[in-house]
Write a protein that binds this ligand. Structure first.
Ligand code: NAD
Length: 511
């Protein structure tokens, strides 16, 4: 039953930044966390240019509703606008969000999230192919854009030497400025001199080469320089607005795209074909190749490359095995705004999970090499049972007064395009509500994503909710893959004695 319908208010455009400190302006920490995360997600430091596209009327109305929200009420948010406030229960979620993109912005923490995923992808590839050690290994990739720019640092954090081929020198410079890339060079000779030296000494190195993949990748093959791992994050999926054809600078490419889009597309497809043929030649010479979500294999096939085999997809090859064992990423955000709160929980994670080498390496290096954006935060990839243990330990720290303010803990479930279990995401959102999440968002549209958040406020009821939400999030990842017939997940669920139903015939055929 609707208690009040929130009405939109007005606010002058200003630069959003989350409030900090231990004083709150809302009636409880769950509402306060939602408010701070909403503002944090719009902070230009976190959102980049997306912060320009704020609908200030909706924003003001949301802030007003959150400040108004009682501890036994739930605010519904639809497409970025408050839809109504309902009387529920204290242990119910305070905020439920559904709709297109804005819903996803509430728990953003900046580049760290993508860096962790890329770090974990390379670490898993290292475990699968190189006995868990990427030092002394050469990785080659293309594209240092919004997502791809994480590759140089993610590889170096794994101890590897990496060559990133990027056609736009400005992009390389941006990532160097952010500390993600060591050096920019203009010639392959210069790049290889640095990288061969690093490989020999088993030292990490991240080199950005200003060049086009369609030229450099075949050149590596003809010189017989064989990367241990080879992938690509150019926008090969978009041969008109993304991939830049060989022979053109980004400015000249933009000009041709405007003047003659058909010619642009033709040249881009020819370049993708050459790029891919270079990859095929390197595969023959022994490189391990995977596709990084950009559909380059399908594009190459369209471009007429014969035997344009499908290279394994990064997510299926390296991330899915983690999810099948209930290993999941979580993000911890210090609502106080104090970096020391994150450093304190980093130390707890290092103590609790000392045997997890990948995690320890990540925390040590992230702490040294990453600057916080917006509210200080740490993204972590935690093992089965570890996420809930960690969440409860954080709640204990808040209770003991060792942190300046509560910590928000967020986790996501993503929908895969090829997902056989289409309806899984709504179920995972509902499970989050049943388990006690403080905040749940269901993002529809292009990327489908469910985000759940719990707020470690130091109270005992919250400790139980944190434990349930994080344990069930991890178990739900296993269940998701088990019901899809993934043998690793079925096997793991059985070994853990989990109450998860699987299609026996499908399971048996997969085993
Ligand atoms: P982006 O457009 O921000 O960056 C692409 C970069 O590639 C640009 O810097 C561009 O200058 C460069 N580039 C284009 N053509 C080139 C060429 N021929 N040679 C060298 N450099 C070239 O894109 P993004 O957000 O970084 O994403 C890159 C691709 O990776 C996308 O296709 C994305 O879908 C994919 N990706 C997918 C996932 C996922 O599925 N979860 C994860 C990471 C990346």
């Amino acid at each position: 039953m609707t208690e009040r319908i929130a009405t939109p208010g007005h606010s002058e455009p200003r630069t959003p930044r989350s409030p900090r400190g231990s004083e709150r302006s809302c009636r409880g920490w769950s509402q306060e966390a939602a408010l701070r995360m909403l503002l944090n997600g719009l902070d230009p430091e976190v959102a980049g240019p997306a912060s320009q596209a704020v609908d200030w009327r909706s924003f003001a109305a949301l802030v007003e509703s959150l400040r108004d929200l009682e501890n036994d009420e739930t605010l519904l948010v639809l497409n970025g606008n408050p839809a109504g406030i309902f009387r529920t229960r204290e242990a119910a979620p305070r905020v439920l969000i559904s709709g297109e993109n804005p819903a996803g912005n509430w728990s953003r923490i900046g580049v760290q999230e993508n860096l962790l995923e890329t770090f974990q992808t390379f670490a898993s590839a290292g475990r699968k192919h190189f006995a868990g050690d990427l030092s002394g290994r050469l990785i080659v990739t293309g594209g240092m854009g919004k997502m791809g720019g994480a590759q140089p640092l993610a590889a170096a954090m794994n101890g590897a030497a990496i060559l990133c081929i990027e056609v736009d020198p400005e992009r390389i410079k941006q990532w160097m400025k952010a500390g993600f890339c060591d050096v920019m060079v203009n010639s392959l000779d210069e790049a290889l001199r640095i990288l061969k030296n690093a490989v020999r000494k088993k030292e990490p190195a991240a080199v950005g080469l200003a060049g086009n993949c369609a030229d450099v990748v075949p050149e590596l093959a003809s010189r017989g320089v064989v990367p241990d791992l080879l992938t690509d994050q150019t926008r090969a999926d978009d041969p008109l607005h993304g991939y830049i054809p060989s022979g053109l600078t980004p400015d000249r490419a933009a000009e041709l795209r405007r003047r003659d889009p058909d010619e642009y597309r033709k040249r881009a497809m020819e370049s993708i074909a050459r790029h891919f043929e270079g990859m095929l030649a390197l595969a023959k010479l022994g490189s391990i190749i995977f596709e990084y979500g950009n559909h380059i294999c399908a594009r190459a096939s369209e471009a007429g490359v014969e035997n344009a085999c499908d290279f394994p997809d990064f997510s299926a090859a390296y991330l899915r095995p983690l999810f099948c064992e209930g290993r999941v990423p979580v993000r911890c955000i210090a609502l106080s705004g104090e970096p020391e709160d994150i450093h304190r929980i980093d130390r707890v994670a290092l103590d609790l999970f000392a045997e997890n080498e990948t995690l320890s390496r990540w925390i040590r290096l992230a702490r040294r090499q990453l600057r916080f954006q917006g509210l200080p935060a740490r993204a972590l990839w935690l093992g089965f049972g570890d996420a809930s243990r960690f969440g409860v330990a954080i709640n204990d720290l808040v209770k003991a007064g060792e942190l300046k303010a509560p910590i928000a803990i967020a986790c996501d479930a993503l929908g895969e395009k090829s997902d056989a279990v289409e309806s899984w995401l709504p179920l995972s959102a509902l499970l989050g509500a049943a388990s006690g999440a403080c905040f749940i968002s269901f993002q529809s549209g292009g990327l489908r994503r469910v985000t759940q958040m719990v707020v470690a406020d130091g109270t005992q009821p919250m400790a139980t909710r944190i434990e349930r939400v994080l344990a069930n999030h991890s178990a739900a990842a296993i269940a998701h893959y088990a019901v899809s017939g993934c043998p690793e997940a079925i096997d793991f669920a059985r070994r853990q004695g989990m109450k998860i139903s699987v299609d026996e015939s499908e399971g048996a055929s997969g085993e």
